[in-house]
Write a protein that binds this ligand. Sequence first.
Ligand SMILES: Cc1cc2nc3c(=O)[nH]c(=O)nc-3n(C[C@H](O)[C@H](O)[C@H](O)COP(=O)(O)O)c2cc1C
Ligand code: SF4
Length: 518
Amino acid sequence: MSIKVYVPIDSGSVALGADDVATAIAEKAESTGADVKVVRNGSFGMYWLEPMVEVETDHGRVAYGPVSPDDVDTLFASDFLTGGEHKLYLGRTENIPFLKSQTRLTFQRCGFIDPVSLEDYRKYDGLTGLENALKMTDEEIVTAVTDSGLRGRGGAGFPTGIKWKTVRDAPADQKYIVCNADEGDSGTFADRMIMEGEPFVLIEGMIIAGLATGATKGYVYTRSEYPAAIRIMNEAIEVARAAGVLGDNILGSGKVFDMEVRMGAGAYVCGEETSLLNSMEGKRGVVRAKPPLPALEGFLGRPTVVNNVISLCSVPVILEKGAQYYRDFGMGRSRGTIPIQIAGNVKHGGLYEVGFGLTLGEIVEQIGGGTASGRPVKAVQVGGPLGAYFPKEMFDTPFDYEEFAKRDGLIGHAGVVVFDDTVDLMKQARFAMEFCAIESCGKCTPCRIGSIRGTEVVDKLARGEDPDLQIELLTDLCETMKFGSLCALGGFTPYPVMSALTHFPDDFKPRALDVAAE
Ligand SMILES: Cc1cc2nc3c(=O)[nH]c(=O)nc-3n(C[C@H](O)[C@H](O)[C@H](O)COP(=O)(O)O)c2cc1C
Ligand code: SF4
């Protein structure tokens, strides 16, 4: 039997040279007559070790990384095909501390399987949640999701079960499940990673959402910058359709659900659910006023569940192992696990899934290993471009929706971006306003005009023009944007701005900002 060698196909790994490594291994195997089958798997999310190559041996999967094509000769010479020692030897994959210390419920198979092999997916208990759901009533499924305590992982943290109940209870001839895979937040990649590494779990979650709400059609809306995710999702959908997992007779149950992938152009605001629906309908990506809620009048005016990728991917394990099992992880009202994405200036950047409750300091310093530059951490931005900057003094904040909100921060899509002491927080505050100005859909004044005035005020502050007045103006402007904006783009931009001003006042001294060069 061929020896299986795993080389990730995930775009993060490909960007680091995984395709060349896969080719080099296949060529070397051929030239040496070794019977090797190169399997392209998803990433485990340990990006500082990518491309991480694994070999299936008698004593489990053994990992090496980060591998470059130049290492392939010495790997073969070191008998890596039987798990031999080598300078890049990492031991058994599951024992790598970063992976071993996680609680992987949502990402449980990501990395272990060939993303488009339904056989692999089933081998690791995939589709058990769906099989259980098919034996339940729609109401029972909604109750299980509600009882699990699952809250939307897209940013707002809205209880998923309540959203599903609203759609289930809405009378309509057609309902939809829309998966929000726009993933615009800076430093986030969980949606991409799971779509590229374990697409069947998203398909399974969407079918279960359909069974729970009476929706028979689903869409995955993602961005043009995610071509590999689009390709892999489409391939997996075809495999699922051919196997009778999707279509007119789901696993022989007579139930109906089908889905397709839709691609957006990559506007940040198109991740906002109503703007996303407009984009899907072929309209300009402008935010819609609420009410009506998308749950009642969503895609094409029909009741629609809009859920983030990770919310939907968390559903199969809830149906597989039960609501109580899931809600036993976490703290307070933040139940279950959260795939934290650690990025920026950090030694061990990657995806770390764990129950809610770790402190920010544990995430950045213990798991992330501190900065990649070796300089002291100065600030951490959590929750994407609309998230607050936290100083080290706030490292005791537990990763929990309410605890972050209490400190004027947010978890968002769980992106954690680390900065060392060379960061200039006045520049970051200006950048937040500029980002809002560029990405604003233009529908409401506080955001459309306020963000431009915001950059001007920061510029005046930098030039030393009446600093006290500018700080008063900036604070007032942030209040107006926070309370007067129609959606969270304008409404949350004050978080990075005000946190920078509050926690790093020394950075707001007059000086040349040097922003034109960027
Ligand atoms: C400007 C803006 C951008 C957003 N971008 C995303 C996104 O990329 N992905 C996402 O899932 N939710 C995003 N959201 C949140 C969605 O509007 C919505 O709350 C979410 O898709 C609901 O799914 P959930 O309940 O599963 O989190 C964004 C919101 C705003 C205001
Ligand atoms: S806050 Fe900004 S993005 Fe949101 S609706 Fe208003 S103008 Fe559009």
